[in-house]
Design a protein around this ligand. Sequence first.
Ligand code: ARG
Length: 281
Amino acid sequence: MISNYPDGKPAMPLPSLALLMCRPSHYTVAYEINPWMKVTRQVHQPVAARQWQALYDLLTRSLRVPVRLLRPVKGLPDLVFTANAGLLVGKAFIRTNFRHPERQGEEVIFERYFRRRGYRVVTLPRQFNFEGEGDALWVGDTLFLGFRFRTDATVHEHLSKILHRRILPLELVDKRFYHLDTCFCPLDATSVLWYPGAFDRYGWKAIETHVPDPVPVSTADALRFCCNALVIDRAVILHGGVSKPLRKELERRGFDLYELDLSEFLKAGGSAKCLVLRMTR
Ligand code: ARG
């Protein structure tokens, strides 16, 4: 149980936001662990660096969000996707257990980073896979947990013992949307963007029952990773090329859209949201 809170319940949402990012100095497509990755379709390093910098500048300069930086490590090309470090709840860091051996070397890097900064590190038994914020997203006080391709459904039990919050497991059914954050994006406490094609009937029902205002997106928008948007208050940051209807829908709801070119990161199956981990200041 997380002991920092007198009633055993962490306060959600997080009180003061900071983000963790990692420069793409060693970013490349070195292996294929999702359908987007093709080692034959290589990353253009300088372009990736510019695209990442544009996201960093937007966050730090325009939106004035504090961003902490994790030092890149040679041989760990996906470390740039810090959303998969784990899940932070107050001063507790629930560490990821990566599904694929290719990414398991990142676990100790993330763990060390948070331990050194005074976080309490919580690890789940090794046999259970859990990929952090990639598969665990809050809508108000409810945690939606994507499972199947990366995270195991059984993790649900462990997380509920730690968090004491309602957790709704959602099975992912389309390999292209292998993490929950590729097809489900909380916008605020009552609304989400979601791609219905990535879920089964139970998932539809769970989302429609528990989210007052779910906004479905088209296949074309989903394939451009629009659900992998990074939402900071009313700012929605995402890869460019959003369809007109979706742009209008978001603007009508009072969101400001920031479209960036993140094409180099799409090559590894990621976009704006995966490049960032939410933490408290
Ligand atoms: N290549 C990485 C992987 O397959 C991309 C991770 C994207 N992260 C995310 N939170 N969706 O693990």
